[in-house]
Design a protein around this ligand. Sequence first.
Ligand SMILES: *Cc1c(COP(=O)(O)O)cnc(C)c1O
Length: 427
Amino acid sequence: MGFDTTEGFALELDRKDGLRPFRERFYVPQGKIYMDGNSLGLLSRDAEATLLNVLREWKELGIGGWLAAEPSWFYLGEELGKLQAPLVGAAPEEVVATSSTTVNLHSLISTFYRPEGRRGKILADELNFPSDIYALQSQLRLRGLDPAADLVLVKSRDGRTLEEEDIVAAMSEEIALALFPSVLYRSGQLLDIERLTREAHARGIIIGFDCSHSVGSVPHQLSAWEVDFAFWCTYKYLNSGPGGIASLYVNRRHFGRQPGLAGWWGYRKDRQFDMRLEFEPAPSAAGWQIGTINILSAAPLYGSLHLFAEAGIDRVRAKSLQLTSYLIYLVDETLAKPPYNFSVGTPREDGRRGGHVAVEHEDAVRICEALRARGVIPDFRPPSVIRLAPVALYNTFHDVWRTVQHLKAIIDRGEHERFHRERDAVS
Ligand SMILES: *Cc1c(COP(=O)(O)O)cnc(C)c1O
C-alpha cells in the first residue's frame, strides 16, 4: 500500500484502525512509546482482573479453589490450551498451558527424540535462541552423545536469515528430529512452517517449532500442517506477564505416547487422585504437563486470551503487517542514507516476517540507550540490532512515526555519543 512520511498520514492510519479501542484496555507506561512487546507484552486490564480474581478466590476458598474457582484451577492448563488453540490452528486437546518454555522444550525433545541406528542426529540452526541450543546440547549429552557431532546446525548465508532450501538440504537420513523457530528472534524472519514440515515428513524426520515469537502475532495452522510438536512462551505477544506460564502443542497422532518427563499433572484427570504408581498419561497434549500448574502465572493469561478472542488473530496479523511495513518504509525513506546509515534486517515480504522489525546500525547499543532517554522502549540484540515491535493491540501508527523521528533526532544531535558501548545485564 502507498504510505507517506507525514505525521498527518500516521494519524489518518490510526483513525482508520479498527483495533484502536483495544489500546485503552492496556496499561501503556505514561509518557513512553513501548516498542518491546516482543520481549515482554504489556499488562491489560483483562489480565489484571483475572489475576486479582485468583487472589480473591485463594482468600475465600483456600484449597477449595482447585474445583470451585471459576475457571477451576484443576483444569486451568487444559482450559488455557483450548483458548489458545485458535491462535495456533490446533484442536483444543492438542494444546495445554504448562511449565516454562525451555522446560517444555526439554520435555518434548525427551519424548520425540528417538535416535535409531544411523538416524541419530538433531537438526537445528545457528540463529536460534541460545536457550533452545543449550537444551538440545544437554539432551544429547544425557544420552551419551556428542553435541559437536550429533547436533547439526544449519548456517545462515547473511547472518540474519535462513533459506528454507538450505534447511531442506540438511535433512539427511542421519537426522532423527528437527527443531526450528517459527520466527527468528533477531531478524524477525518467519519460516515456512508448512513446507519444512512436509519436507521433514517426506524424509522420515520428526519436526517441532519454537513459536515464542509468533503466537499472538502470526496465525498458524499447526494441525493442518501436521507439525509434530510446538511450544511457546506467553509473556511476549500474549501479554501474560513476566515469567508467565508457557504452552505446548502435540499433534493428536502422538496422543498416548509416554511423555519423556512424566509427572502427576499429566495423569488422566479423572484418575489423577487415585494415586496409583503406574503412570497413565492424559490422552491429549495435557499428558505433557509435569507438576502442579502455577496458578498465579497462569491467571493473567486467562484474561489476556479473552482479549485475543475478541480481536481475532487475523485482524491482529493484518494490523501488525501494516505497522511493520510502515516502519520499514519510514526507515528506508528517512534513515537509510548518510549520516543516518540505518538498515532493515527483516525480510520485506509480508509472508516472511513476524511481528517485529530489526533496525540495524553499527552504534545500536548506544542508540538504544538514547532512545530510552527519550522515552522510547526498544531492545538491543548483538551485534547491531535495535528490535522494534509495534504491537497491533496497543501500539499506534503514530508511535511508529514518532519512533522514527526520535531515531533521526538522536543522530542529528549526536545524542547516542553520550552513552557507553556496553549493554545492561538485561537488554
Ligand atoms: C523468549 C524465548 C524463549 C524463552 O524461554 P524461557 O524458558 O521462557 O526463558 C525460548 N525460545 C525462544 C525462541 C524465545 O524467543
